[in-house]
Design a binder for this molecule. Structure first.
Ligand code: NAP
Length: 266
């Protein structure tokens, strides 16, 4: 036991590589015990023993394919039953770069299952316990394509727009329950994501690619600063604030008895 034990346990999905592995490292250093989830058990074990050696935290690994309903249900069970969990990092995800005419719809469905269905079910599993225990934190890894879906595969953008919209709603619904919600919108980040998505990261202009370490450190700083949406690359935070103000200004005007005059409906 150390003075950090009050932080509790963070469950990180997609912790076997890239962004998730860096979250695992940083959170262990902050004093969280960890439950690391992914399909590649060997990688998880290697990371777990390195983190335990380096930080002295307790690190458990759970092998699960979150695109498989039985495996997903097991992780939902962990989130429901383990009262030590105080932080959920919904990070596991896959992307795509192909446009509709050359993309395989079965792959699109698998992407939706992981990026949307698994993230949703894990959040539903975690939130009631957080509410009962008086608080918790949910970090949802979206992407800049949530607001710029034209950049990559459209279904990928759609899944990340879901993550952002769902996070907005969670923040709104859970504000009174002491549950922090953060949506992280990384730009291009140097991970295996790009090989799996179909465009090696080396094919991207160097100046738009961030290291996973810098991405996660900026996001955790954003969380600490109380940000809801964190875009690590965005220098001018005023641009995001203006985008949000425009959204808020639209909100009271979106539902009316009559169509707008420009449609000339009698
Ligand atoms: P990555 O290195 O490919 O990591 C993806 C992680 O998800 C791996 O740990 C992988 O582990 C896990 N995963 C994949 N399919 C899974 C499944 N069916 N069940 C359980 N775990 C699964 O890529 P990354 O860049 O770190 O991606 C992490 C998140 O960041 C994703 O949500 C991605 O959309 C988002 N993101 C990435 C970028 C970028 O440029 N890299 C930009 C914006 C957002 P296993 O293979 O061991 O299962």
């Amino acid at each position: 036991m150390t003075q950090d034990d009050h932080k509790g346990t963070a469950l990180v999905t997609g912790a076997s590589s890239g962004i998730g592995a860096v979250y695992a490292h940083r959170l262990a250093k902050q004093g969280y015990n960890l439950i690391l989830v992914a399909r590649n058990g060997e990688r998880l074990k290697t990371l777990a023993s390195r983190l335990t050696d380096e930080t002295g935290r307790m690190v458990e690994t759970v092998v699960a394919d979150l695109g498989n309903r039985a495996d997903l249900a097991r992780i939902e069970g962990v989130l429901k039953d383990d009262r030590s969990i105080t932080l959920l990092v919904n990070n596991a995800g896959v992307g795509g770069t192909a446009p509709l005419l050359s993309a395989d719809v079965e792959k699109m469905q698998e992407m939706i299952e992981l990026n949307v269905t698994a993230l949703t079910r894990l959040t539903y599993a975690a939130v009631p316990g957080f509410a009962t225990r008086g608080g918790g934190t949910i970090i949802n890894i979206a992407s800049i394509v949530a607001i710029a879906p034209e950049l990559l595969n459209g279904v990928y953008g759609g899944t990340k727009a879901f993550v952002l919209a769902f996070s907005h709603s969670l923040k709104h619904e859970l504000a009174e329950k002491n549950i922090r919600v953060q949506a992280v919108l990384p730009g291009a980040t140097a991970t295996e994501f790009w090989d799996i998505a179909g465009t090696p990261v080396e094919h991207l202009p160097n100046e738009i690619v961030m290291s996973a370490e810098n991405m996660v450190d900026a996001s955790l700083a954003g969380l600490e600063q109380g940000e809801f949406a964190t875009i690590p690359s965005l220098e001018d935070a005023g641009l995001l604030a203006a985008y949000e103000q425009a959204r808020q200004a639209l909100m009271p005007n979106l539902s009316r008895t009559t169509p707008a005059k420009r449609y000339k409906v009698a």
